[in-house]
Design a protein around this ligand. Structure first.
Ligand SMILES: *Cc1c(COP(=O)(O)O)cnc(C)c1O
Length: 389
C-alpha cells in the first residue's frame, strides 16, 4: 500500500498494514526476523542503510514505522524498555535541567528520576491534574521540561493534556506524555499538543506479557536525531526477535483494547456496588473526579481499575493470596488479568510517607483487567470477597 493511503487508515487497520508490507525478496506476508548483528557491505561504506543492529535493524524499522503512524508522529524510536526510553530523554536534556513531573508517576520512573538522574537534573513533583498548579510551578521553578503521565498509576488521575500543554508552550516548556496506560488506541497526546509520547511497550502495545520494550514518538527531527544518537551511543536497543514479537502482538491492539475496556467497565460498575468495597477508581465511572476530561481526551477508558477494600493490610494480603483467576503479578496490559498491591509491590520504592500523601493506601488494590470472559472474572472476585469476609 502507498504511504498516502496508509496515512488515511483507521488505527485498527494501521496496526496491521503499516510496516506490514510483504517481504520484497520472497513475498512472505509476515515480516522476516532479521536476526543478525551486522550487514555485509559492497565496498567500504557502501551498504543498504544497515551497518550494525545496535544502530538499525530492518525488523525494528518496520515496528518504528508502525508506531510512528499510530501516534500520528513523524518519528518513532524503539528502545529496550520503557525505562530506557525515559533514560534517553533524560540524557537528551542539558545537564542541570529543571523538570516538572507528575507526583503520581510509574514507580520505576520515580525511582529513576530520584535515585539516578537526580545527580544530573532537578526534579519538582507536582499534581499535574490542576493546570493552575502547573502554571504556578512553571513560574516558580522555570523548568524546561514537563513530564506527564495520564491516567496515572495506580490512582488513575487524569491530566487535561491540551490544557496543560498549552500552558507549557506559553513558557517554552516541552511536554512529554507517558501514554502507556491508554495505548495509542485510546489516546494520542501529540494531537493534543504534547511534544513527545512515551510508551512502555511491555504493556498494551505488545499485549502478551512476553516482551520488555519502550518507544518514543515525536515530530521534532532534531530531538529525534539526538535520541537516536544517544541510543546508538549508550546501547539500549531492542532485539530483532522482540521487535518481531511486538509487531505480531500489535496487530490485535484494536480488538484487545475494546475487550479490555468492555470488561473493565463491567467490573468497575460491579465493584462500585459491592458491600466490601470502600471505593472504586475507573476513568469510565461518573464518580471519577476527572471523568469529563477523560471523556474529552480519550476515546476509551482502558483496562485498569483501582479499588479500596474495606479493611486493613492483612485483609488486602489475604484477598490477593486467595484470588485465583487474576494472577498476582506486577505489570499490566496483557491478555490475562492481573492483580497487585501497589504499596507492597510496584510502588514499594516510593517512601511510605509520600505514598500515603498520594493516596496509595494499604487497602488499595490494582487490577489489570484482561480479555477473558468477564463473568468468569466477576465470579473469581466474588469468590474471593466471600473467602476473606
Ligand atoms: C511499565 C511502565 C513503565 C516502564 O516500562 P518498562 O518497559 O517496564 O521499562 C513506564 N511507565 C509506565 C506507565 C509503565 O506502566
Amino acid at each position: 500500500m502507498k504511504k498516502a493511503l496508509l496515512d488515511q487508515l483507521d488505527i485498527a487497520s494501521k496496526v496491521i498494514h503499516v510496516g506490514g508490507h510483504p517481504d520484497k525478496e520472497t513475498g512472505a506476508i509476515m515480516p522476516p526476523i532479521y536476526q543478525t548483528s551486522t550487514y555485509v557491505q559492497e565496498s567500504p561504506g557502501v551498504h543498504k542503510g544497515y551497518e550494525y543492529t545496535r544502530s538499525h535493524n530492518p525488523t525494528r524499522t518496520r515496528l518504528e514505522e508502525c508506531l510512528a503512524s499510530l501516534e500520528n508522529a513523524k518519528h518513532a524510536l524503539v528502545t529496550a524498555s520503557g525505562l530506557s526510553a525515559s533514560m534517553l530523554v533524560m540524557h537528551a536534556l542539558p545537564a542541570g535541567s529543571t523538570i516538572l513531573c507528575g507526583d503520581d508517576v510509574y514507580g520505576g520512573t520515580y525511582r529513576q528520576f530520584t535515585t539516578v538522574f537526580n545527580s544530573l537534573h532537578n526534579y519538582i513533583f507536582i499534581n499535574t491534574t490542576d493546570a493552575k498548579v502547573v502554571e504556578a510551578a512553571i513560574k516558580e521553578h522555570k523548568p524546561s521540561f514537563l513530564w506527564l503521565e495520564t491516567p496515572t498509576n495506580p490512582l488513575l488521575k487524569i491530566t487535561d493534556i491540551a490544557k496543560v500543554a498549552t500552558v507549557a508552550k506559553k513558557y517554552k516548556v516541552k511536554t512529554l506524555v507517558d501514554n502507556t496506560f491508554m495505548s495509542p488506541y485510546f489516546q494520542n497526546p501529540l494531537d493534543l499538543g504534547a511534544d513527545i509520547v512515551l510508551h512502555s511497550m511491555s504493556k498494551y502495545i505488545n499485549g502478551h506479557s512476553d516482551v520488555i520494550g519502550g518507544a518514543l514518538m515525536l515530530n521534532d527531527k532534531k530531538m529525534y536525531t539526538k535520541l537516536w544518537t544517544l541510543q546508538n551511543s549508550i546501547g539500549p536497543c531492542m532485539s530483532p526477535f522482540d521487535s518481531w514479537l511486538i509487531l505480531r502482538g500489535l496487530k490485535t491492539l484494536a480488538i484487545r483494547m475494546e475487550a479490555h475496556q468492555k470488561n473493565a467497565m463491567k467490573i468497575a460498575k460491579w465493584l462500585e456496588t459491592h458491600a466490601m468495597v470502600e471505593s472504586v477508581v475507573y476513568p469510565g465511572l461518573k464518580s471519577h473526579p476527572q471523568h469529563k476530561t477523560a471523556k474529552k481526551q480519550m476515546s476509551g477508558f482502558g483496562g485498569m481499575i483501582t479499588f479500596f477494600l474495606k479493611g486493613d493490610v492483612k485483609k488486602s494480603k489475604k484477598f490477593l493470596s486467595k484470588i485465583e483467576m487474576f494472577a498476582l503479578a506486577e505489570s499490566l496490559g496483557g491478555v490475562e488479568s492481573l492483580i497487585e498491591h501497589p504499596a507492597i509491590m510496584t510502588h514499594a520504592s516510593i517512601p511510605k510517607k509520600i505514598r500515603e500523601e498520594l493516596g496509595i493506601k494499604d487497602n488499595l488494590i490494582r487490577l489489570s483487567v484482561g480479555i477473558e470472559n468477564v463473568d468468569d472474572l466477576i465470579a473469581d472476585l466474588e469468590r474471593t470477597f466471600k473467602a476473606v469476609k
